[in-house]
Design a protein around this ligand. Structure first.
Ligand SMILES: Cc1cc2nc3c(=O)[nH]c(=O)nc-3n(C[C@H](O)[C@H](O)[C@H](O)COP(=O)(O)OP(=O)(O)OC[C@H]3O[C@@H](n4cnc5c(N)ncnc54)[C@H](O)[C@@H]3O)c2cc1C
Length: 437
């Protein structure tokens, strides 16, 4: 009988446990939880913050679901893996032996080093506990300053607006999320934020945060402006938690480096989810992702391999459905922007794959709230962004994911006189009919 040790109770860790149990009903599984809150939807934190869902809806599993998995739960913070003697060490000095261990440690929001960063009121949208603290603060705050350029930054902005806090949104560049969105898409989102009362400061950075009695009182910008505020929120990227790998001699670059079986350079030590750096066949590189569905899939494959059912991880096309300033937005495959100063860090809900500059021709329809942008490769669509009306998003997802040959409609797609949406819809209808089993 094996002892499987799973470190981390997020999407990857739980998916791994489910896979192990599918294969092996009797071995011992020990789940190490670093957070008292256990397993919850991290993307859901944004909707908890903006009051759309109550706290109990963040938990996908009931106690009963957990008991069916027949696992032992241990609370603690792991500091090191000792692969030679197959043990993990906790911060309190205790240790546990394992036969196979999965590191599903997730990623941590990048902390700011700006002076004043340790004041009460400086926040990150990272964990349930910190989100609850933020909600308490939002109930009392009048003004907040948010810094960052991706999904989490906008979720912070909108979450605070929902609490009737006046929000100043500081963008380092001249537009929102410039390495993923094109200029019209950025402007559309900015316009909608402004309509919600958000004050956007372009090309602006915080010089320092001013405190009074240990609490945030104001910020000073590089433009010499002072903004009085009680909350300063940062969403400036995430970094895989690699410190355990570093302490243990496990190979890492940006994330913990794994092979196609999600195994590290040490036998029986696996990594999955936001902490892992995995091979992406779409761009022929090892990349880090911060996407729930990919974390689950990696956990699932790692679990199978740990339990002895050999399975290769083949990365799906990165896919995310999110909301930007109230507009449902689906992002699929390679959609990065040419000519943009690319950041090295990804933000939550992103894939590093999206940052690759695709070799593609862009075609798109109108720039109202219902908008489609397709990245057209030689014979396939390699990426897409769909805002507003989502009727076509599943079809486009399949076309990109399955690398379906679109030669028959390529010229039409590139012809601005031909309606994009209808061309795709007809193509998909015909393709589905011809390829029905
Ligand atoms: C605000 C927000 C919005 C997001 N939006 C989206 C979105 O729109 N779409 C999308 O696809 N994804 C989104 N994500 C990202 C998504 O939540 C992650 O990709 C996913 O949760 C990763 O799962 P994971 O299991 O790898 O890591 P996590 O869910 O981060 O879990 C890691 C666990 O490991 C534990 N841990 C860490 N270190 C230790 C240690 N030393 N000892 C013991 N335990 C430890 C942590 O406490 C944590 O419980 C969002 C995330 C956030 C926070």
């Amino acid at each position: 009988m094996n002892r499987f040790l799973i470190v981390g109770s997020g999407a990857a860790g739980i998916a791994a446990i489910q896979s192990i149990r599918e294969v092996d009903k009797i071995s011992e599984i020990v789940l190490v939880m670093g957070e008292k809150a256990g397993y919850y939807s991290r993307p859901g934190l944004a909707y908890f913050l903006n009051k759309e869902i109550p706290e109990n809806q963040l938990f996908p599993y009931s106690k009963n679901d957990f008991s069916k998995l027949n696992i032992r739960i241990v609370y603690g913070i792991v500091e090191k893996v000792l692969p030679d003697i197959k043990n993990i060490l906790f911060s309190d000095g205790k240790s546990i032996r394992y036969d196979k261990v999965l590191l599903a440690l997730g990623a941590k929001a990048v902390r700011t080093s700006i002076p004043g960063n340790d004041l009460d009121g400086v926040i990150y949208l990272d964990m349930l506990s910190t989100t609850k603290t933020l909600i308490k603060k939002a109930k009392k705050a009048k003004t907040a300053v948010i810094v960052g350029g991706g999904i989490t930054a906008i979720e912070l902005v909108e979450g605070l607006v929902a609490h009737k806090v006046k929000v100043h949104f500081l963008l380092r560049k001249d537009r929102f999320w410039g390495n993923i969105l094109d200029i019209e898409e950025s402007r559309l989102i900015e316009k909608r934020l402004k309509e919600e009362g958000v004050i956007i400061h372009y090309q602006t950075e915080i010089k320092n945060i001013v405190g009074k009695k240990g609490k945030v009182f104001a910020i000073n910008t590089n433009a010499g402006e002072e903004i009085r505020c009680q909350i300063v929120g940062f969403a400036i990227g995430v970094r895989p938690r690699i410190h355990i790998a570093e302490a243990s001699g496990i190979k890492y670059k940006k994330g913990i480096w794994v092979n196609q079986y999600l195994e590290t350079n040490f036998p029986d030590v696996y990594a999955a989810g936001d902490v892992a750096q995995v091979y992406d066949p779409h761009i022929d590189k090892h990349v880090v992702d911060s996407l729930w569905s990919l974390a689950r899939k990696q956990g699932q494959i790692a679990g199978f391999n740990m339990a002895g059912k050999k399975e290769e991880y083949s990365k799906d096309v990165p896919f995310n459905v999110t909301r930007l300033a109230g507009l449902t937005t689906t992002l699929i495959g390679s959609i990065g922007q040419k000519g943009i100063d690319h950041q090295t860090e990804i933000v939550r809900g992103e894939s590093e794959t999206w940052h690759e500059i695709p070799d593609a021709i862009v075609c798109q329809n109108n720039f109202d709230n219902n908008h489609i942008r397709l990245m057209i490769g030689e014979n396939t669509i390699i990426g897409a962004l769909i805002m507003g009306d989502q009727t076509l998003s599943e079809a486009v997802h399949q076309i990109v994911d399955q690398k379906i040959n679109i030669q028959s409609i390529r010229n039409d797609l590139l012809n601005s006189q031909v309606p994009l949406g209808e061309t795709i819809a007809d193509f998909w209808k015909n393709w589905s009919k011809e390829n029905a089993y």
